[in-house]
Design a protein around this ligand. Structure first.
Ligand code: FPP
Length: 228
């Protein structure tokens, strides 16, 4: 029987900001700025739809290899976004949480991230998870170190408790924009049984309607989780 219900956890690889900008003769940073607007729209839409978790790949462990100015721009944009979104989070019952190793970020940016996590911690509707200096392999290695330090038995449950996503259900639906078809070190454990969606739309143009269409497709898929 086909299961007809919205996904509980949607994860998105927001790709194509640079190409969106280039096609318009703009700087790559303009693509990121527009991408931040799409983050806002899609987050609000997920809250409206009753989705419980939305995990967005905002900065990967590999993104440090970009030009210094672009990295600095992304850091500033993130800080600005989080500060300006606080009221939206609170008004919409959205909890904000980060995953990834934020210890590599500047102290002021770490403070902004921790402040917004603290102030929104009672949000009961959607949890917006931003993957920040996140790489799945790095997360898995850090989880193994934690298991070891805590002297915990190696079980699936204990391992999951040591992942950055502890307490968050696995991904139901993974979306990647911009036509690239790869996982790029994103939530490799958590995507074990995710349904995968690849769309050619660049992230800055990805709209609430596009998400609705993909969720309709999701609801047509038969998920068997290895059963028959
Ligand atoms: C991929 O596009 C996007 C990123 C590496 C960063 C994602 C950042 C945003 C969506 C904007 C800011 C986010 C927040 C949460 C404020 P790309 O630059 O790799 O595009 P390209 O492949 O076309 O070059």
């Amino acid at each position: 029987m086909i299961e007809q219900r919205n996904p509980e956890h949607i994860a998105i690889i927001m790709d194509g900001n640079g190409r969106w900008a280039k096609e318009r003769g703009l700087k790559r940073t303009a693509g990121h700025e527009e991408g931040a607007k799409a983050v806002r729209e899609i987050t609000k839409h997920c809250a409206k739809l009753g989705i419980k978790y939305l995990t967005l790949y905002a900065f990967s462990t590999e993104n440090w290899s970009r030009p210094k100015l672009e990295v600095e721009y992304l850091m500033k944009l993130l800080d600005k976004y989080l500060k300006s979104e606080l009221s939206t989070y609170l008004e919409n019952g959205i909890r904000f949480k980060s995953i990834g190793d934020i210890s590599k970020f500047s102290k002021p940016l770490q403070k902004t991230i921790l402040d917004v996590e603290e102030k929104t911690k009672n949000g009961k509707n959607l949890t917006q998870v931003l993957a920040l200096n996140y790489g799945s392999q790095d997360e898995i290695l850090r989880a193994i170190k934690k298991l070891n330090e805590k002297n915990l038995e190696i079980t699936k449950e204990n391992f999951e408790l040591c992942l950055d996503t502890a307490g968050i259900p696995n991904v139901d639906m993974l979306i990647r924009t911009s036509g690239e078809i790869r996982l790029s070190n994103y939530l490799l454990w958590q995507n074990a049984y995710a349904e995968l969606f690849f769309t050619n739309t660049y992230w800055p143009e990805f709209s609430a309607n596009d998400l609705d269409d993909l969720i309709s497709d999701f609801n047509q898929r038969e998920r068997r989780f290895g059963g028959i």
